[in-house]
Design a protein around this ligand. Structure first.
Ligand code: IVH
Length: 701
């Protein structure tokens, strides 16, 4: 590319020739990639070709025609973006809801790092922008690709759309940037542009966006970058991913360098030395909130020193060195018209308040959750009441309280059903065996005979964090299920064959709302998901207490679908069970739920039929090669090189299970000076005891 002329120096005829050549080459690569699954060039080269084409088109708009690859950007035939696996996962943030949570956060950081009382910990505070995060990868100062966060591991390739943003430089000005630099930040839409966009949407007979964040997400994900360009989006840079060289010693410094390299950084960011100072910045930002012209939903605090950030590391999918201090939820008052019952995929009967529509924090709310029977009784909520509702971020709106509780003439107290409104089975509240307490949730006992449960399970199965089948959403599942075409997951994968064999009448493509193309797109989207990641498959099954996190732990520990099935179907064996319980993060409840699910012959048959339709990819097993993987480790006495929390986190990241007490199950005791009864007990039990130095030697530093 470096030998190429600057686009500004091209004559029109040179531009035309080069444009035609590029278009032809890109189409050939598209074909190789999408139709033959055999790319001939790396993604980086491909992106460069596209970027060059786009540059030429920007300078010579007369060259753009319907057949230009720029009109079908990165779109697969199914109308989707390509995927980008992040070089470094994109994390989320833990939340603080009040001043005490903030003090706790700072306390945790200090404890983890083992700081003495006279040591300062500098922490930055900056607005939390309410948009969507995007990663921009630069190599040798040139934008290579840009991606959405996605599930944190894999995002969507929205490079060309991001390039339409005035705040996203295509090449980095200045000097000193590392060869590989991934800048992370928030894409957002200003209030003014949001309002203008909604006016245009309505003029065009399209649906208005609910809030600026949804509008930003919708705009960034337009398949045609020209549409994105029509909707001005902005970008604040505030974090980073992979970097070939360090860009500073502190968060503050690193962000200042982003500014030197042409990015917009938020000028409200401050560096503080105490909890009080953080809270002062918080209050200041909250006060200026209304006049900013864009949405923010809190303040983010980050430990300033990058070497400390590194030591603090992460837990689950959030860093220990940062936290989001959220603004309080917004509230409004409205009429509660009725209370309905919804049946979820685990059979839970959830009461829902139907409300007279009201705007809360810019969003029209018509329903709110009432959680459960006890909650309705505690708050004495009745149909016909005037209620205060609140909404915070993406959380389902909630009823806070009734405002007319002492007025006469209220409706009857709500009579919670004891029969499932969907299938007529008994709905019961079980006793928790351990605590002896009554479960707060009333559940339908109908299991797979309850249409509502099957439907909800199927919706979960095709959902974004499970099979994520494009074009197969709530509406389609409802329709296919009600017609008896899809009553279990495997049926989704046999739809195409049944349709082709004439078993579905009328065939899908002849139905209202469907055509040849949309039916084929759906079948292609389904086929696309036959290759499925182990984590997604497990999560898709919707086993109680086995959500995304637990599915991930199981996938990484067992590695393959066959291994997981063998373990989950063999849980009556004590060794198998204790091995599963030894996985850090997996407890009795999840193991019990797996045992119940896989112990049911009906479920095993269903899984056999499903497995026949899939190729389940193995998961990367974490640290099974580490010398302490699967070992139960206990730390005791004073550690001198790191704090106890840090040692524990490190051991866990290497696949060890850290326990607080010595027992027969303990494999290794790490004993520092002052170790007492634990060391004695370990010696009595013949358990291997290591000094702190020996421990570090064992785990490699
Ligand atoms: S830092 C590892 N800073 O909040 C930490 N995030 O709830 C990376 N967000 O996914 C994030 N403003 O989309 C950071 N000033 C800010 C932010 C911010 C908004 C978003 C970001 C992230 C989400 C987590």
């Amino acid at each position: 590319m470096s030998a190429l002329k600057d686009v500004a120096d091209l004559t029109e005829s040179e531009a035309r020739t080069e444009h035609a050549r590029l278009a032809k080459e890109i189409r050939a690569h598209d074909k190789a990639y999408y139709q033959n699954d055999a790319p001939k060039v790396s993604d980086a080269i491909y992106d460069l070709l596209r970027l060059r084409l786009l540059e030429i088109e920007a300078a010579f708009p007369q060259l753009v025609d319907l057949f230009s690859p720029s009109q079908t950007v990165g779109a697969k035939p199914g109308g989707k973006f390509g995927e980008i696996t992040h070089a470094v996962p994109m994390l989320s943030l833990g939340n603080a809801f009040n001043e005490e949570d903030v003090a706790d956060f700072v306390g945790r950081v200090r404890r983890f790092l083992g700081l003495s009382e006279d040591q300062h910990v500098a922490i930055t505070a900056e607005p939390k922008i309410d948009g969507l995060s995007a990663n921009l990868r630069y190599e040798k100062g040139r934008l290579i690709h840009g991606a959405t966060r996605g599930d944190g591991t894999t995002g969507e390739d929205v490079t060309l759309n991001l390039l339409t943003l005035q705040d996203v430089p295509e090449t980095l000005p200045g000097t000193g940037w590392p060869d590989v630099l991934e800048v992370r930040g928030e894409v957002y839409m200003s209030h003014a542009h949001f309002a203008a966009l909604n006016v245009r949407q309505e003029e065009r007979g399209k649906r208005a966006y609910k809030n600026p964040r949804n509008a930003a997400a919708g705009s960034l994900r337009q398949l045609d970058p020209k549409m994105t360009a029509e909707r001005p989006l902005r970008y604040f840079a505030y974090a980073w991913g992979e970097m070939s060289a360090p860009i500073g010693e502190t968060q503050f410094e690193a962000v200042q360098r982003f500014a030197d390299w042409g990015f917009v950084v938020n000028d409200m960011m401050k560096r503080c030395d105490s909890v009080e100072a953080l809270l002062e910045v918080y209050r200041g930002i909250e006060e200026s909130r209304a006049g900013l012209g864009y949405d923010i939903d809190g303040v983010v605090y980050k430990v300033d020193r990058l070497d400390w950030q590194e030591r603090l590391g992460q837990v689950s999918r959030a860093p220990r060195w940062a936290i989001a201090h959220k603004f309080p939820a917004e509230q409004a008052t409205t009429l509660l018209e009725a209370i309905d019952i919804q049946v979820g995929r685990t059979g839970a009967l959830t009461p829902v308040a139907r409300l007279t529509p009201v705007t809360v924090g810019g969003v029209v709310v018509t329903n709110a959750t009432l959680h459960n029977q006890d909650e309705i009784e505690r708050k004495d909520i009745r149909a016909g009441d005037t209620v205060v509702i609140q909404r915070a971020g993406d959380v389902i709106p909630q009823v806070v309280r009734v405002t007319n509780a002492d007025r006469a003439g209220r409706g009857e107290a709500f009579d919670f059903p004891v029969i499932c409104p969907e299938c007529g089975s008994h709905a019961v509240r079980e006793h928790d065996e351990k605590t002896g307490k009554l479960d707060v949730v009333r559940r339908c006992t109908g299991g797979l005979i309850c249409g509502a449960q099957i439907k909800e399970r199927l919706k979960h199965f095709v959902g974004r964090k499970a099979f994520d089948i494009e074009g197969m959403g709530t509406k389609q599942i409802e329709a296919f299920h009600d017609e008896g075409l899809v009553t279990e997951p495997s049926h989704i994968f046999t739809l195409k064959a049944r349709n082709a064999a004439g078993e579905i009448t009328p065939p899908l493509q002849e139905r209202e709302g469907w055509g040849e193309t949309s039916a084929n797109n759906l079948f292609a989207a389904i086929d696309d998901r036959r290759d499925i990641a182990l984590l997604r498959l497990l999560n898709a099954l919707g086993i109680r207490h086995v959500g995304e996190g637990t599915s991930g732990l199981l996938a990484r520990s067992y590695g393959s679908w066959a291994a997981i099935r063998a373990a989950a179907e063999g849980l009556e064996d004590e060794t198998v069970r204790s091995e599963m319980l030894a996985i850090d993060g997996i407890g009795e409840t999840a193991v019990e739920a797996l045992d119940q699910y896989f112990g049911e012959p009906q479920n095993r048959d269903l899984l056999d039929r499903l497995s026949d339709q899939l190729n389940v990819a193995d998961a990367e097993q974490v640290s099974t090669d580490s010398p302490v993987a699967g070992k139960v480790v206990v730390f005791t006495g004073t550690l001198e090189r790191v704090t106890r929390d840090e040692a524990k986190a490190k051991a866990q990241s290497l696949g060890a299970k850290v326990s607080g007490s010595v027992s027969k199950k303990t494999d290794i005791l790490v004993a520092g000076p002052g170790a007492g009864s634990k060391a004695k007990k370990a010696a009595d039990l013949g358990i291997e005891t290591l000094t702190e130095d020996e421990w570090f030697a064992l785990i490699g530093g």
